[in-house]
Design a protein around this ligand. Structure first.
Ligand code: MIC
Length: 648
């Protein structure tokens, strides 16, 4: 039986365990990715390990999230990251050079290698046939220190692509079709591998779009084969020599199956406020639009932007619409400028911003009250835009451009009444300019690390006690995202390296009293529904609640990265054995967990929880390694124990 692409890469990188779905495995990591919002903490964690230099083939640090400089904080973090990158052998992509995913695709990605990134959208690298996985900052810091990455061996979900996309339909519509079919939980525990004749019709950047938003399906990763399109993209970047062909064997099999006939995919749109709330654009045609944003984390490539330029060429953005463009990278912007696209945007009335994440993480571009905002971003969780009760829709660049011109949601296929489909291709040779990348010097040991006053020491957490008597500080429903747990935005993001300060914002939009209540009550618990902690990789969604005293989270189910982050910081991730028990516990109840250490050491998979005179059974689904981390009070404590010969 032949291997699929994912299995080939997994086999080449497996260092522990067996490739049996559900079992814990460890993979060798070739490249790492940090961005500034998660990377400041991750860099501090790496430094706590005391190594002189990173031990991966390539480590890169991008400054793309915290670009606003309203006071010293973000600028201090940039200076810290720049000095640390120099010292430890990390490539530094400067503020304004672009979004990590786009720059990594352009300048660093290598087919067939592994990339671990402190950002859930790291699988954008699927566009190059790289196996890229999003993880918490601490896991990435460990990988930078040369440790393998542990994960539950995923099932491989083969999605056969046939046919060819119709004009005005693009990669974004394919991933929205996946979300329409399978929901934000559909990819949990899986690597999605696209194969079949339709793959050859998709450019590397369309594949990157599909890979990026595999994160919205909850998938561990996404892969595409590395073929002639991959080679063409790498050659156009002047990096053809890193290409290798990576195709599924002709008799490759998959654990799960689906099929998409690309020619049947229609323009789709995700309605507020979940990426899987997908309908055909035609269904909501005519809805008045106030704001359109193209770019940021996804759909910010040359093809995406140039398509928008061509659609806007010689036309005007509708008077009531603010039309923003956030290029994915300096390189994208330079190439759009070189091909005359920039002037088309300006003359049409577009607002062009510096390359970066910007409004995608709530750093500006928040819509007004009740305003409808169409974005080519990957996420539209409630309030993520920065505006409470926002109305954010996710769509392709083609749909975004059509809305910009007509001022109302419009099926982009109607644009053929105005112009021929531009069918923009990626250039055969990009204008390549690495001025925004600082290459680390050979020996960086003499470099002084620069730290500002906002970088505060990492909090210390004790080992897990034997008994826990905790109060339920909050009870929430299904699909709570990390944006709800630990909001981002311009007010909060500058505190990513200051846990005491950022913890004041935990659950701010759901329950503004949460942080005060949690710190007053001492040890606490959170009750959640299905897919708790979906969305971003931000470890602050575990770290900050832990700082406030949260010791246990009991949910119907956890999202992959958040579950690992909870364990990394010593929070017990328990699931209800009987999901109906969720209804029996309410906010304010006291929960007692006894003999915890003995149970966890002894390999117990069921943990009894007493409350209000009753008892429920919860499940602890963790590996041996994770049990040790929980007992130690978190992964950093365990690493310290190991380095100090058993003394914490
Ligand atoms: C996101 O899309 O939510 C982010 C911003 O890329 C995050 C990273 C973060 O929280 O800083 C992610 O998805 O990991």
């Amino acid at each position: 039986m032949g291997d699929n692409v994912a299995m080939k890469i997994l086999k080449e990188h497996l260092v522990e365990g067996k490739l049996v779905p559900g079992q814990e495995i460890a993979l060798r990591i070739d490249q790492t990715l940090l961005q500034d919002a998660t990377g400041t903490m991750a860099m501090l964690e790496f430094m706590a390990m005391g190594l002189p230099r990173v031990k991966v083939e390539l480590a890169a640090q991008y400054v793309d999230h915290n670009l606003l400089q309203t006071d010293n904080k973000n600028a201090d973090d940039h200076a810290f990251l720049t000095s640390a990158a120099q010292k430890f052998g990390v490539y530094l992509s400067k503020p304004g050079n672009g979004v990590s995913h786009q720059v990594s695709l352009e300048r660093f990605g290598v087919p067939g290698t592994t990339l671990l990134g402190a950002d859930s959208h790291t699988p954008t690298a699927a566009g190059l046939g790289q196996l890229a996985i999003g993880a918490g900052g601490l896991d990435v810091a460990l990988a930078m220190a040369g440790h393998p990455f542990h994960l539950t061996c995923p099932r491989i979900w083969g999605v056969k692509l046939t046919g060819q996309l119709q004009p005005w339909v693009s990669g974004k519509d394919v991933i929205l079709e996946m979300l329409r079919r399978h929901s934000v939980k559909g990819g949990v525990g899986k690597i999605i591998e696209y194969y079949g004749p339709g793959v050859a019709t998709l450019s590397a950047t369309d594949r990157a779009t599909i890979g990026n938003m595999g994160a919205e399906l909850g998938a561990t990763s996404t892969v595409f084969p590395s073929d002639q399109h991959t080679l063409a993209f790498l050659k156009a970047q002047g990096r053809g020599e890193v290409w290798r062909e990576l195709l599924p064997d002709p008799d490759a099999t998959y654990d799960d199956h689906d099929e998409i006939d690309l020619s049947q995919v229609v323009p789709l749109i995700a309605c507020p406020s979940s990426p899987d709330n997908v309908v055909p654009v035609s269904e909501i045609e005519g809805l008045k639009v106030d704001q359109v944003i193209v770019g940021s984390s996804v759909n910010s490539s040359f093809r995406d932007l140039m398509t928008v330029c061509r659609i806007l060429d010689g036309r005007k953005v509708a008077p009531g619409v603010a039309f923003h463009i956030n290029p994915g990278s300096r390189q994208v912007l330079e190439n759009v400028v070189a091909q005359g696209g920039f002037i088309m945007l300006l003359l049409a009335g577009g607002q062009v911003h510096q390359p970066g994440c910007l409004g995608c993480i709530g750093m500006g571009q928040a819509p007004g009250t009740n305003q409808v905002s169409l974005r080519t971003f990957p996420r539209n969780f409630p309030g993520r835009s920065g505006t409470k009760e926002d109305r954010v829709y996710l769509c392709s660049p083609e749909t975004a451009a059509a809305a910009g011109i007509f001022g109302v949601v419009t099926d982009p296929r109607k644009l053929s009444d105005l112009l021929f489909w531009p069918a923009v291709q990626n250039p055969e040779q990009y204008l390549v300019d690495d001025a925004g990348i600082i290459v680390p010097p050979e020996g960086g040991s003499a470099v002084e690390i620069v730290t500002g006053p906002n970088i505060v020491p990492f909090p210390e957490f004790p080992a897990l006690p034997d008994q826990l008597d905790v109060e339920v500080i909050i009870k929430v429903g299904d699909n709570i995202s990390t944006d709800s747990i630990m909001p981002a935005g311009n007010k909060v993001l500058p505190f990513r390296s200051n846990i005491p300060a950022i913890s004041k914002f935990v659950f701010e939009q759901v329950d503004p009293e949460f942080a005060d209540r949690a710190s007053q009550k001492g040890d606490g618990a959170v009750i959640g529904g299905e897919n708790y902690g979906q969305g971003s990789s931000r470890e602050h969604a575990a770290l900050a609640p832990r700082y406030l005293g949260i010791r246990v989270k009991i949910a119907k189910g956890f999202a992959r990265i958040h579950r690992s982050n909870l364990i990394n910081f010593g929070i017990l991730p328990l699931t209800f054995k009987n999901k109906e028990d969720y209804d029996r516990i309410k906010q304010g109840d006291r929960l007692q967990l006894t003999n915890l250490r003995e149970l966890i050491q002894g390999g117990a998979t069921e943990i009894p929880v007493k409350f209000n005179g009753g008892e429920i059974l919860t499940q602890l689904t963790v590996s041996e390694r994770e049990r040790e981390e929980l007992l130690a009070g978190g992964l950093l404590n365990k690493v310290k124990e190991e380095t100090n010969g058993g003394q914490s």
